[in-house]
Design a protein around this ligand. Structure first.
Ligand code: NDP
Ligand code: 2IT
Length: 448
């Protein structure tokens, strides 16, 4: 849907001009501004008092050199980022991404979306994101450790348990968080909950590893229930085979769905008998190998080169869990032609605007990332609470809280969509519900 409001059109032009060459950031901002059209009709004070103008501008961007020495004794230099986007409702909170495609625009789109996602969780966390163009693939443990230590040596100046609390994202899992935490503790001489996604022996929360994927399925289940359906007997396609994809597959299967495909950046596997998750965990979590290896466990399965072909597989439910813009219009049309009924986003912004429009105009129930994948960061906030109390909850306690949070996010996004005249449009609903709490708070703080 194109922007119609004159103020928002002008603001979008300013955002594009001021943040040149950052297409992903523009895409994320445009979607939120479109959703806010019905809001500012009711609440012109958000415009008059500069709240919308402020919310698209990060509070602070930190950009730094990360030199480290590889196994051959050669100096390598990467670039590090932390975007502290909005601290209205709590300390900056959001993951770190290590991937060669990382640049300032990618981190800004992720940090911007994190503001609204974190607000939707109902917990006191602001929005931030960081990362580096470092590629952990093919690096030894020693190289990853040296990189993490150098990265944290600089980042430690800007974060803290009550200021900014990073976590994992693409390319950052328990191993990297461990090295980052060790370096922070060494430099600052303090043992605090400055990172989440920590190991269970030093303050990590049970169920954090599972949380994004499980939360995605809890959210999907609420969408299904609302339409009188369930996961039972549904064929599910999940893209990616990292942290989010693995635990989405686990929960979707537990809830009665049959996951038939997974992918990585090289290609995808199709197993019509249902994915053997034990094999996938061994390949990905233990051996850090390619998804193609699945054929060594199940020669009867198929492997196809290239990742976009996964969307041509016939399914009832599609859960994109790899990366941004992985579903374009063509892939969305293929899913629709094969009868997909529901798409819920585990990855951040995996569907292009054209893909979302294709789903919505064809009656496919669409669950946007900010709502559907908020379970990860919500459980990170639960990890922060446990660290503050110096106490830990059981797996069942954390999982029950996560389940309730996802139910509430669905309820609130769905109610906001209805209230503003866009019933079942969860893109609008999530953006509006997430925005209102932050915007009211910015006003209360005297934003401008
Ligand atoms: P991982 O690094 O564990 O896994 C990423 C997966 O996506 C891998 O299978 C990877 O394949 C694939 N992938 C990454 N980049 C690309 C690309 N450019 N093209 C095709 N495939 C790609 O990351 P996560 O599972 O943690 O993250 C997946 C998505 O979920 C991201 O969008 C992330 O922002 C989002 N997310 C993560 C949360 C978390 O708690 N971890 C919380 C909320 C959202 P390969 O190994 O070949 O690179
Ligand atoms: O995109 C995300 O929400 C995450 N990568 C998780 C962030 C967090 O702080 O747990």
């Amino acid at each position: 849907m194109a922007l119609k409001n004159e103020y928002l059109i002008g603001l979008m032009e300013r955002v594009e001009k001021r943040n040149g060459n950052e297409p992903e950031f523009h895409q994320a901002v445009r979607e939120v501004l479109e959703s806010l059209e019905p809001v500012i009709e009711k609440r012109p004070d958000f415009v008059e008092k500069g709240v919308i103008e402020s919310i698209v501008e990060p509070e602070r961007i930190i950009k730094f050199r990360v030199p480290w020495i590889d196994d051959n004794g050669k100096v390598q230099v990467n670039r590090g980022f932390r975007v502290q986007f909005n601290s209205a409702i709590g300390p900056y909170k959001g993951g770190l991404r290590f991937h060669p495609s990382v640049n300032e625009g990618i981190i800004k789109f992720l940090g911007f979306e994190q503001i609204f996602k974190n607000s939707l969780t109902g917990l006191p966390i602001g929005g931030g994101k960081g990362g580096s163009d470092f590629d952990p693939k093919g690096k030894s443990d020693m190289e990853v450790m040296k990189f993490c230590q150098s990265f944290m040596t600089e980042l430690s100046k800007y974060i803290g348990a009550d200021t900014d609390v990073p976590a994992g994202d693409i390319g950052v899992g328990a191993r990297e968080i461990g090295y980052l935490f060790g370096q922070y503790k060494r430099i600052r001489d303090e043992f605090t909950g400055v990172l989440t996604g920590k190991g269970l022996t030093y303050g990590g929360s049970l169920a954090r590893k599972e949380a994004t994927g499980y939360g995605l399925c809890y959210f999907t289940n609420e969408m299904l229930k609302d339409k009188g359906m369930s996961f039972e007997g549904k064929t599910v396609v999940v893209s990616g085979s990292g942290n989010v994809a693995i635990y989405a597959t686990e929960k979707a299967t537990q809830l009665g769905g049959k996951v038939v495909a997974l992918s990585d950046s090289n290609g995808y596997i199709y197993d019509k008998n249902g994915i053997d998750l034990k094999a996938v965990k061994q390949i990905k979590e233990v051996e850090r190998k390619r998804i193609k290896e699945y054929l060594n466990y199940h020669p009867e399965a198929e492997y196809h080169e290239g990742c976009s072909g996964i969307w041509t597989i016939k399914c009832d439910i599609a859960l994109p869990c790899a990366t941004q813009n992985e579903i374009n219009e063509e892939s969305a049309k293929a899913l629709v032609a094969n009868g997909v009924m529901l798409v819920a986003e585990g990855a951040n912004m995996p569907s292009t605007p054209e893909a979302i429009a294709t789903f919505q105009s064809n009656g496919v129930f669409f669950g946007p990332a900010k709502a559907a994948n908020a379970g990860g960061v919500a459980t990170s906030a639960l990890e922060m609470s446990q660290n503050s109390m110096r106490y830990s909850w059981t797996f069942e306690e954390v999982d029950a809280k996560l389940h309730d949070i996802m139910k509430n996010i669905y309820k609130n996004a769905s109610a906001a969509a209805k209230e503003y005249g866009y019933e079942d449009n969860l893109v609008y609903g999530a953006n509006i519900a997430g925005f209102l709490k932050v915007a009211e708070t910015m006003l209360a703080h005297g934003a401008c």
